[in-house]
Design a protein around this ligand. Structure first.
Ligand code: SAM
Length: 334
């Protein structure tokens, strides 16, 4: 998520300085910004005249900002409306690619756009599509059977009350279609009172949003496609906002970079694929100053790795997160 400071009506992307510090030694080439959004990262990279940016975003509503960038930066900036998983459609492929960056989640503009229905304050039909989607939250909530709703809300939302919420959705939709505020009321009725500081609906809405936008497969195939695009010595950097995203990025970078020798009595697993150098084993987190002025940044984690070897076969990576991909495959029932 692009956590943004609302005062002064300026957009401040999370961990911007930290990201720029990581990629600046590679300046003088092309960078792919996979989450253009409000253009915060792209703009900072383009401040250096020797840099070019190819940006993508699944949401066509970023076009207003894209047009301004194209006018200002001319042939140093190009945009294509694509999803992460479609990175292989970039044509022509950049020859001097230095880095690929991701700032996952959604932007303030998207959450404020009531028609997108990403916020539980929205009073419209359920939607949650960020762009280039096959179905909406309306179909998910009004069509899927109990078992499927339960899995989505439990696993993608880590919602303890997933069973009761799913049951009540099924019961309530017998009489009428469920809209955004109906869903908020169902969750409030089940949870009765607020257990924590977070809104009753946060976890269920996160779960449905992840499912509607195929966020898990987008991330997994986005990382694989980035790996194929980036040359040796190039950087892949990712800012995550929730634990499933971070688990996937952490595994991708760490599993392919460390030679874990658990015991000197065990055989050394020399056949393990070493594809990256990791400069920071731990994620980079926002400073207390950033969190103070911009509280939503508190859950951000920045991880990056430098590619050192080519590889075509990522079946083990895909297999590792099969449990999530299987849940996303429930979409085939819609
Ligand atoms: C947090 S915002 C990025 C903000 C940006 N870094 C900035 O500085 O303004 C995330 C953006 O990524 C886009 N996005 C999310 N998932 C995507 C995907 N799978 N493919 C392409 N774009 C995606 C969203 O539409 C949104 O515009």
């Amino acid at each position: 998520m692009n956590a943004i400071i609302k005062s002064e009506k300026k957009h401040f992307p999370v961990l911007l300085n930290e990201l720029i510090n990581i990629i600046s030694p590679l300046y003088g080439g092309t960078f792919i910004d996979c989450t253009f959004g409000n253009g915060g990262y792209s703009q900072e990279i383009l401040k250096h005249k020797s840099n070019k940016v190819i940006a993508i975003d699944r949401d066509e509503s970023v076009m207003k900002i894209v047009n301004k960038f194209e006018a200002k930066y001319k042939n140093r900036f190009h945009f294509k409306q694509l999803k992460f998983s479609q990175l292989n459609k970039l044509n022509p492929k950049p020859t001097d690619l230095k880095g690929i960056i991701f700032d996952l989640g959604y932007s303030l503009n998207q959450i404020q756009d009531k028609s997108k229905g990403l916020s539980f304050n929205s009073d419209t039909k359920l939607n949650m599509r960020m762009g280039l989607n096959e179905f909406s939250a309306h179909e998910v909530i009004n069509k899927l059977e109990y078992e499927d709703l339960y899995k989505i809300i439990k696993v993608f939302g880590d919602e303890q009350k997933a069973k009761f919420i799913s049951r009540k959705i099924i019961a309530n939709r017998q009489s009428q279609k469920i809209n955004t505020q109906d869903l908020v009321k169902i969750i409030d009725d089940v949870k009765k009172y607020r257990y924590t500081k977070i809104h009753n609906s946060t976890k269920t809405f996160q779960a449905i949003r992840i499912f509607v936008n195929n966020e898990i497969s987008e991330l997994i195939y986005g990382l694989i496609e980035s790996f194929k695009l980036i040359p040796l010595g190039g950087i892949i950097a990712v800012v995550t906002f929730h634990s499933i995203e971070d688990k996937i990025v952490k595994f991708f970078f760490k599993n392919y970079s460390e030679r874990k020798n658990l015991s000197r009595y065990l055989p050394n697993l020399n056949n393990k694929k070493i594809l990256f150098t990791l400069k920071n084993k731990k994620p980079i987190l926002p400073s207390s100053k950033e969190i103070k002025i911009n509280p939503p940044s508190r859950s951000a984690k920045l991880r990056y790795a430098i590619k050192i070897k080519n590889n075509e076969d990522f079946r083990d990576f895909i297999e590792k997160f099969k449990i999530y991909l299987d849940i996303e495959n429930i979409r085939k029932k819609l």
